[in-house]
Design a protein around this ligand. Structure first.
Ligand code: FAD
Ligand code: FO1
Length: 494
């Protein structure tokens, strides 16, 4: 299978050929197609899956989905891995029941398991979805080297509405510089999804069995330091329910107040709540945008604000990580920001806290402590508080490099949506002014935008938020104690 096929189902702009396999000699048939799924973990509205099936059908060969479970990907714990694996268990059932596509789960290093599988099943096309993260790009480079000469590798941006490499060919400076480019391309890319094709040729039956219970039990045990959260139900159907559910769906029940309530940390339901699902690809941003757009005449302001976050800000984050490999470090900041932060690196700090003190929410600022506890116990800090939280870490640590590394460490450890380009950019925006402008110079922050307690007090009921988090933590601790009691009583001889 060489370059992209004729009259493809998926727009060619969405697909990049990472490796062109050697043409097969005449008479020698094409091998199967394998889709290595990692970022877009869903059956529906998935351009990568559509491309894999479309290419397989054109060559009249079977298609399978492969997933590689890394050993604690970027420090993930029970919270993130439990959510991901429970969703994947549902995905396997749906994939096999509705499309008769087999799902293979491997454990270890993807640069080994995926080429081994490609070789074992003699696949001639490997389709992958897209992530701008360094770790994944390095693995892909390695996979391209390791798959045999006859195999092609196609990468499909199934995550962004406008594929990252089409939206812009360079590192964008701010939302202002990318917005026009994205909006111009929306008529071409924000289109209805075609129906998912079924494979025309079935995969030979295999004896690949996935022992989900044991795998999940294992990751929960190893990552128990950060336990799962109850409020966020895993899976694709749960994701659609958060978007469109009749009881409490974002678009069906909560959209109207998005433009007024989304900056109020006391009203977490004012936000969509979609970030865990978007992060793990349980729902397509394009689906969210298509459904939101239908409601624009009813709630124009809310829909416009939501689309700005969902498309422009989110895709700006992918643009940043894609074109700035030093994301997450001070070297990835703009020159003006690096200079101003360095000019103020030795400024006197009123408080200096260690990583441990911050992690345990032991600062003199009750508002900050509440936000940290919301993240640790609830697993999703309110969006407004995330900015204040990260900026205070800059104020209370020995310098911007340490601040950045602590913020990313805590964000990725506790947030259910952590390890995302949005998270790296969120920390870089707050601490290093990425995608922001310079502000009036002041101690420690230099020209980086400042936020303080008094400003929060003017915007929302700070004491109310502190009480709300206290209640939340109390409930979580109570549930944990009950669970422990329950487990202990089960362990007793009957
Ligand atoms: P909604 O307001 O309903 O937004 C809908 C979607 O739009 C989000 O799910 C997200 O995909 C996108 N979006 C919203 N705000 C932003 C933003 N500022 N930048 C880019 N995309 C955005 N987001 C994560 O997904 N993972 C993270 O780890 C993460 N860490 C952050 C850390 C800091 C310090 C900051 C300042 C922001 C961080 N964000 C992160 C961005 C943002 O706060 C969250 O996306 C948002 O709070 C998620 O809640 P929601 O889906 O209910 O938000
Ligand atoms: N993707 C995988 O293919 N395998 C994993 O084991 C895996 C674990 C994981 C843990 C936490 C998390 O936040 C994401 C995880 N992903 C995993 C998903 C994925 O690779 C990332 O979301 C993207 O790379 C982000 O761009």
């Amino acid at each position: 299978m060489a370059s992209l096929s004729k009259s493809p189902l998926v727009q060619p702009g969405r697909v990049r050929v990472l490796k062109e396999g050697k043409k097969m000699p005449l008479g020698q048939g094409m091998g199967p197609v394998v889709y290595w799924m990692f970022r877009d973990q869903r059956v529906n509205d998935n351009w990568a899956l559509m491309h894999a099936v479309d290419e397989a059908n054109k060559a009249n060969v079977p298609v399978a989905v492969a997933f590689n479970l890394f050993d604690r990907f970027l420090g993930a714990r029970a919270r993130q891995l439990g959510f991901m694996l429970r969703g994947l268990r549902q995905l396997q059932q749906e994939l096999e029941a509705t499309l008769q596509i087999p799902f293979f789960l491997f454990q270890g290093e993807a640069e080994e398991t995926i080429p081994n599988f490609v070789e074992e099943c003699r696949a001639t096309l490997l389709v992958t979805d897209f992530s701008p993260l360094r770790e994944i790009r390095r693995i892909k480079e390695e996979i391209c080297k390791r798959v045999g000469n006859s195999a092609s590798v196609h990468e499909v941006d199934a995550h962004n509405v406008v594929p990252v490499w089409v939206a812009s060919q360079k590192l964008e400076y701010s939302a202002k510089t990318i917005r026009g480019k994205i909006n111009k391309l929306l008529p071409e890319f924000l289109i209805d999804f075609p129906p998912q094709p079924c494979p025309s040729k079935t995969w030979e039956p295999t004896n690949h069995v996935i022992d989900w219970d044991t795998i999940i039990e294992d990751v929960l045990r190893k990552g128990s330091e950060v336990p799962e959260v109850k409020w966020c139900e895993p899976g694709e159907h749960a994701a659609m329910d958060v978007l469109m559910g009749t009881k409490n769906g974002f678009l069906t029940k909560r959209l109207k107040t998005y433009s007024t309530d989304r900056n109020n940390p006391l009203k977490p339901r004012g936000l969509s709540g979609l970030s865990p699902y978007l992060h793990f690809g349980k729902i397509s941003a394009q689906r969210c945008a298509l459904e939101a757009r239908k409601l624009r005449t009813l709630s124009p302001q809310a829909v416009d604000s939501f689309l700005e976050e969902l498309i422009v800000r989110r895709e700006l984050a992918d643009n940043y990580c894609f074109y700035q490999p030093q994301y997450g470090t001070l070297q990835g900041a703009w020159e003006w920001a690096r200079k101003t932060l360095m000019d103020h690196a030795l400024d006197k700090r009123e408080h200096i806290y260690t990583k441990e003190q911050l992690e345990k929410a032991q600062t003199a600022d009750l508002l900050w402590n509440a936000s940290q506890l919301e993240m640790v116990h609830h697993g999703k800090m309110h969006g407004f508080m995330r900015m204040y939280w990260a900026k205070k870490i800059l104020e209370w640590t020995t310098g911007p490099e340490e601040a950045l590394s602590i913020a990313i460490y805590l964000n990725d450890k506790y947030e259910i949506d952590g390890r995302d380009p949005n998270g790296y950019v969120g920390c870089m925006w707050s601490i290093c002014g990425v995608h922001d402008q310079g502000w009036q110079e002041r101690p420690i922050f230099g020209k980086i935008r400042y936020m303080n307690y008094a400003g929060c007090k003017r915007k929302f009921d700070v004491d109310g938020y502190i009480s709300y988090v206290k209640k939340l933590v109390g409930e979580t601790k109570k549930r944990k104690a009950e669970k422990m009691l329950d487990e202990a009583s089960k362990a007793l001889p009957q």
